[in-house]
Design a protein around this ligand. Structure first.
Ligand code: PLP
Length: 366
């Protein structure tokens, strides 16, 4: 007799994550040679040469287990941010740290609050742990911080704010953030997920400021997957109070970050020129796409990130399918509950141009 397995009740509520389509999958499906992936907000310039060199120089060490504490990388991060290494956790992507956070703090019946639409990993950890996920709709594409405060009760353990937000790109203003953090009870952890902060401009107010002022309930998350161009290696980090970090670290696997990721990330941190080039490319691509979207009367929300959330006034599923056949992968809005929006990663000039030409063609054909 065949057994019908039944997993934990909490798992029952989890819809498998649907990532952007993989390049090889699209090549095969449509017999295409060139694919432009504008769906997952990677850096079109790729990684820093310094990171590539460091990785090459360490390939002969892969028979040795990596440093389970990622100590040298932590020391680099600590130095850059003027904090100590006990305030840092390094993860197999920031995704891992989000999961560890859930495993460390969420009990059945607790609540995690997030925005809608926002990054789905927060929904996932809530469901995984059997917690309630309260989604507060965005207003004008931004977090409704007042509404979040109005929804706080004894069951709330975590508030997750992506700053800039994914998928809308909106950034929380300094004064608004300070006033919000002031009003959140200290027993609630506020995650400020700053995966795209490098793109957000000089006025960006990082959660690091709170951590330095000993706000013990703030956790910030950063990643090497976006501007640092190391998405495939899987490495990200969290910064918080020593106590908060020590609890999250308890849930960690012993050797969670591989050696190539550790050395690549350390080298990438030093390559300021690569960072500057990446920001400049993104700024000019953003200005170009804003102009082109405006000319088509497509409303977009101004973005502090390397992607744009834009209302293309057509069914995003059809636009996604149409673009796919032309070798362009974007993120359709319907997966976030916004049928006429798409999220598109800002790419190199010629690819941005090609994307617009193909978008026009696809919309004409709908
Ligand atoms: C807001 C946000 N946080 C975290 C991540 C995960 O990044 P990582 O590759 O470090 O797991 C992403 C990736 O898309 C993201 O958009």
């Amino acid at each position: 007799m065949k057994i019908e397995w039944k997993g934990r009740e909490a798992i029952n509520n989890i819809k498998p994550y649907s990532p952007g389509k993989a390049i090889d999958e699209v090549k095969k499906e449509f017999g295409l040679k060139n694919i432009y992936k504008m769906a997952s907000n990677e850096n079109p310039l790729g990684p820093s040469q310094l990171a590539i060199e460091a990785i090459k120089n360490n390939t002969s060490n892969i028979h040795i287990y990596p440093d389970g504490c990622s100590l040298l990388l932590k020391e680099s991060i600590a130095k850059k941010n003027n904090i100590n290494t006990q305030q840092i956790i390094v993860g197999n992507g920031s995704d891992e740290i989000i999961k560890l956070l859930g495993e460390s703090f969420l009990e059945k019946g607790d609540t995690i609050i997030m925005g809608e639409p926002s990054f789905s990993e927060y929904d996932y950890i809530g469901n995984l742990m059997g917690a309630k996920v309260k989604k507060i709709p965005l207003v004008n594409f931004a977090f409704d911080l007042e509404e979040i405060l109005d929804n706080l009760d004894d069951s709330v353990k975590i508030i997750a704010l992506c700053n800039p937000n994914n998928p809308t790109g909106t950034v929380i203003e300094k004064d608004e953030l300070i006033s919000f953090i002031d009003r959140v009870p200290e027993k609630i952890i506020v995650v400020l997920d700053e995966a795209y902060k490098e793109y957000a401009g000089d006025n960006f107010y990082s959660g690091l400021n709170f951590i330095k002022k000993e706000k013990n309930n703030v956790l910030i998350l950063n990643t090497f997957s976006k501007i640092y161009g190391l998405a495939a290696l899987r490495v990200g980090y969290g910064i918080g109070s020593e106590s908060l970090i020590s609890w999250i670290t308890r849930a960690k696997e012993p050797f969670n970050v591989n050696v190539l990721a550790q050395v690549g990330a350390m080298a990438a941190l030093e390559d300021i020129e690569h960072l500057k080039r990446s920001i400049a490319l993104n700024d000019s691509g953003k200005a170009f796409l804003y102009k082109e979207f405006s000319e088509r009367n497509f409303d977009y929300s101004p973005s502090g990130a390397n992607f744009i959330w834009v209302d293309i006034k057509n069914d995003s599923k059809k636009v996604f399918d149409g673009l796919l056949k032309k070798g362009i992968i974007i993120r359709p809005g319907y997966v976030f509950g916004a049928d006429n929006h798409i999220r598109v990663t800002i790419d190199k000039p010629e690819i941005n141009r090609y994307f617009l030409d193909m978008l026009d063609e696809v919309i004409r054909e709908i």
